[in-house]
Design a protein around this ligand. Structure first.
Ligand SMILES: [Fe+2]
Ligand SMILES: [Fe+2]
Length: 280
């Protein structure tokens, strides 16, 4: 399958992007410099596991250049695609560039917290982040809906993790940072959910196999490249529940909203997604 031939119509992408930007007015934006009282940040109020969780999510957020690059690679905005594809990709870019700015702000907020709270010294942190930051990131998909279905799960999982962590930390500055981050991730999730819903409505059963493939092979970002990822993921799960399969029920809701009458294939997909949820 080639990605260009399976896109949704540009009008659908425009509506999804307009919706995202309408939900993201300047009055709701925030910045690292003024949103928090950094002087009061105090990692002494955190448990060792909570500090570790902050370090972990800083690494994940800091890999933004790698994630952003994936969109350029698969939705190019240059002369390597035909005119209609370019027009679609150019519209998507209005989202991607804004999303990237927000994710980059998350990376800076978490790094700033580490420094202000006494977890890490700025120079040392920079060097440490570079080790993972330089590693390649790819989503080797061949159907466009897969990029949005992957991000749907990942954004929802991240949003939920930040909420869980915020509920247990004792440092109000970190709690405030996590509240901002989880609100942003919720908005990113909504965009992905909107786009996946449109794919289902436009392409119906043709999206079933591609979505199934995303869930069957799901790995959180950096899970395959970060040194000690699984040990670390297990450790931070002790602090606050970190389970991307919790996000699957939200994918099922998106499917249910998009599909009026479930075909056998959609039915089977939903069953499969539900089976992939971890048993708590
Ligand atoms: Fe983020
Ligand atoms: Fe996000």
């Amino acid at each position: 399958m080639n990605i260009e031939s399976a896109l949704i119509p540009v009008g659908d992408m425009v509506e999804a992007v307009d919706g995202f930007l309408a939900a993201s007015p300047a009055s709701r934006a925030w910045d690292v410099e003024t949103a928090f009282n950094w002087q009061r940040a105090d990692a002494g109020r955190l448990t060792e596991g909570q500090r570790s969780a902050v370090q972990f999510v800083t690494l994940i957020e800091d890999h933004l250049p790698g994630y952003f690059e994936v969109y350029h690679r698969y939705f190019p905005v240059d002369d390597s695609v035909d005119r209609d594809t370019f027009v679609h990709n150019r519209e998507l870019y209005h989202f991607t560039v804004r999303w990237a700015l927000e994710e980059d702000t998350h990376a800076r907020a978490l790094a700033r917290y580490q420094e202000a709270a006494g977890i890490a010294e700025r120079g040392a942190l920079r060097t440490e982040l570079a080790i993972e930051g330089q590693k390649p990131f790819d989503l080797p998909y061949d159907h466009p809906v897969q990029f949005f279905a992957y991000a749907l799960v990942q954004e929802k999982a991240t949003q939920m993790y930040y909420q869980h962590l915020r509920d247990v930390v004792d440092d109000p500055v970190l709690a405030a940072v996590l509240a901002k981050l989880s609100r942003d991730e919720a908005r990113h999730f909504s965009f992905m959910a909107d786009v996946v819903g449109r794919y289902l409505r436009v392409h119906g059963d043709a999206t079933v196999e591609p979505i199934r493939d995303v869930i069957a092979n799901f790995r959180m970002p950096l899970a395959d490249t970060m040194r000690g990822y699984w040990r670390w993921a297990l450790k931070i799960a002790d602090v606050a529940s970190y389970d991307h399969t919790e996000a699957y029920e939200h994918l099922v809701k998106v499917i249910d909203r998009a599909v009026d009458a479930r075909t056998d294939r959609v039915d089977e997909l939903v069953r499969f997604i539900e089976e992939c949820r971890s048993v708590a």
